[in-house]
Design a protein around this ligand. Sequence first.
Ligand code: TMP
Length: 203
Amino acid sequence: MSKKPVIVFEGIEGSGKSYHISQLAKYLDKKRISYIKIREPGGSLNAEKIRKIILNKKSNFNKETDLLLYQAARSENMSILKKNYKKKIILIDRFIDSTIAYQHYGLGVNISLIRYLNNYLLKDFSIDFTFLNIVNKKNMLKRLKLRKSLNRYDKFKNNFYQKVQNGYLKLSKKNKTKYQIINSNLDMDRNKSLIIEKINKLI
Ligand code: TMP
């Protein structure tokens, strides 16, 4: 029987993660392999409502409020995720590493608190593999400029995103077999093939 892994795509703004997850979804559609795909923050109906509040340009919550809102959105997704766990392939555009990378490494929120909340929400639900998309400063800025509208989290200073990316890299180094780095400064089609090659080993 084929495996039904939980696959997460992580990375900072402009790192190509959303492009690659949608390319992977297209590939699975073509192969008629069933899966569910959600994004965070967002995903379920209620989580999308919370996303709008967090990312609204007019919001100015403090960093702890942001943490709790991201976790609130996650809490709303856990029933969908748990319902499909091991039954379907699950693709997630950002998940718990985003909270550690952005709220802890980027904004300095206590890491134990973040881990406690993540463990509390996830319980036995675990990630099988993460594609960590990385990008250099020049390409990140180029890609952000192409966006039609920028949300509240697209407007930090450059060095914030560098801190976040370094945070992601630290996380990936702690558990090397469960991460693959996708260098989005390199050829996109080549990266797409690398991802599909890995997925075919995982499913
Ligand atoms: P997106 O544009 O990739 O959908 O992500 C929205 C923003 O939310 C992005 O800047 C990263 C941020 N984020 C956090 O800060 N913490 C989290 O836990 C998650 C899931 C996202």
